[in-house]
Design a protein around this ligand. Structure first.
Ligand SMILES: Cc1cc2nc3c(=O)[nH]c(=O)nc-3n(C[C@H](O)[C@H](O)[C@H](O)COP(=O)(O)OP(=O)(O)OC[C@H]3O[C@@H](n4cnc5c(N)ncnc54)[C@H](O)[C@@H]3O)c2cc1C
Length: 260
C-alpha cells in the first residue's frame, strides 16, 4: 500500500482558494495525477499547504521591515558579536541596543568566533533536491518505504522538483547533492511515479543545510524545534523552520521588548 498526500499548488498562483483537506479514492487520485504508480495505491489526501516560495517570502518580509524604517545592510559579513550590543563588520565595532543572531546554520559558529559560550549545539543536515526536465501536473507528497520520512515531487517553474534527503555535514564544505543522494531521490521518484526518471532527466540539483537542535543520533529524528538564548544584549536563535518563523519572531520580539 502507498499512502499519498497530493497538493494542488495553483493556490500560489491565485487560481484557487484555500480549501479543506479531502480524501480521494484511488481512481479520483489518478485523475488528479495520472502519472502516479497505481499498484498498491488506495487513495490519498488533497491539501493546500504543501509548497511555498521561500525566496519570494524572504524578499517580502525584508520589504515589510524596510517599509517600517529599518535599514538593511546586505552582503555585510559579521566577523563577531559581543554581549554588549557590538557587531563587528570590516574590523569595526558597530554599537546597537540589542543584537539578534539569526545566522541559521552559522549561529553557533558566530558565537564560537566571538568567544561566547552557548548551551546549544546545532546538527547541520543537508537536504538535496533534483529538478527534472518534465512538467508536473500536481504535486505529490509520499512516504519513503521503510523510513518514517516524507518526500515530494512538486511542480517547479514548469519542471518537477523532487526531494529531499537528510545527510549530516559541516560548514567547511559547500552543500551539494552527492551521487548517493541523487540515486536515492530518483529511486523515490520512480516508486511514486509511473514514468521513470534517469540521470539524463535531471536538469539541475541544489542542496541546503538545515540548522537542527542537536538532540538525537539519527538526523531524521533530530528536533525541528528551536531555542532562543539571551546573553546580555545579544539574543541568539538556534534551529527553526519557516512554518514556525512567525511564532519564533514574536518570541524574540517579546524578549527584546521585555528587556527594554
Ligand atoms: C533542505 C531543507 C529543507 C527544509 N524544509 C523545510 C520545510 O519543509 N518547512 C520549513 O518550515 N522549513 C524548512 N527548512 C528550513 C528553512 O528553510 C530554514 O533553513 C530555517 O528556517 C532556518 O532559517 P534561518 O533564517 O534561521 O537561516 P538561513 O535561512 O540559513 O539564514 C541565515 C542567514 O544568515 C546569514 N549569515 C550567516 N552567518 C553570517 C555572518 N557571519 N554575517 C552575515 N550574515 C550571515 C546567511 O548568509 C543567511 O542569509 C528547510 C531547510 C532546508 C535546508
Amino acid at each position: 500500500m502507498v499512502r499519498i498526500g497530493l497538493g494542488m499548488y495553483d493556490l500560489l498562483a491565485g487560481k484557487r482558494r484555500l480549501g479543506p483537506t479531502r480524501w480521494h479514492d484511488r481512481d479520483a487520485l489518478l485523475r488528479l495525477q495520472p502519472d502516479l504508480q497505481p499498484e498498491g495505491l488506495r487513495g490519498g489526501f488533497t491539501f493546500w499547504d504543501g509548497q511555498m516560495d521561500d525566496h519570494a517570502l524572504g524578499l517580502w518580509a525584508a520589504e515589510q521591515v524596510r517599509g517600517m524604517g529599518a535599514r538593511l545592510h546586505e552582503d555585510a559579513a559579521v566577523e563577531r558579536v559581543d554581549q554588549d550590543g557590538g557587531v563587528w563588520v570590516g574590523g569595526q565595532r558597530l554599537a546597537h541596543d540589542r543584537v539578534v543572531n539569526v545566522a541559521g546554520p552559522w549561529a553557533r559558529a558566530l558565537l564560537d568566533a566571538s568567544g561566547i559560550a552557548s548551551r546549544y549545539t546545532l546538527d547541520l543536515v543537508r537536504g538535496s533536491h533534483l529538478v527534472l526536465d518534465r512538467p508536473c501536473p500536481a504535486g505529490v507528497l509520499g512516504e519513503i518505504r521503510d523510513e518514517r520520512r516524507i518526500a515530494f515531487a512538486l511542480p517547479w517553474k514548469g519542471r518537477t522538483l523532487v526531494g529531499t534527503t537528510e545527510v549530516r555535514q559541516g560548514l567547511d564544505a559547500t552543500p551539494v547533492c552527492s551521487d548517493e543522494e541523487r540515486d536515492y531521490i530518483l529511486a523515490f521518484h520512480n516508486r511514486l511515479m509511473r514514468t521513470p526518471a534517469t540521470v539524463r532527466d535531471i536538469s539541475s540539483s541544489f542542496a541546503g543545510l538545515r540548522p537542527l537542535l542537536r538532540s538525537a543520533d539519527d538526523p531524521s529524528r533530530a528536533s525541528r524545534e528551536y531555542a532562543i538564548e539571551t546573553r546580555g544584549r545579544l539574543v541568539s536563535v538556534f534551529g527553526g523552520k519557516w512554518t514556525t518563523a512567525r511564532a519564533l519572531g514574536e518570541q524574540v520580539a517579546g524578549r527584546i521588548v521585555a528587556a527594554a
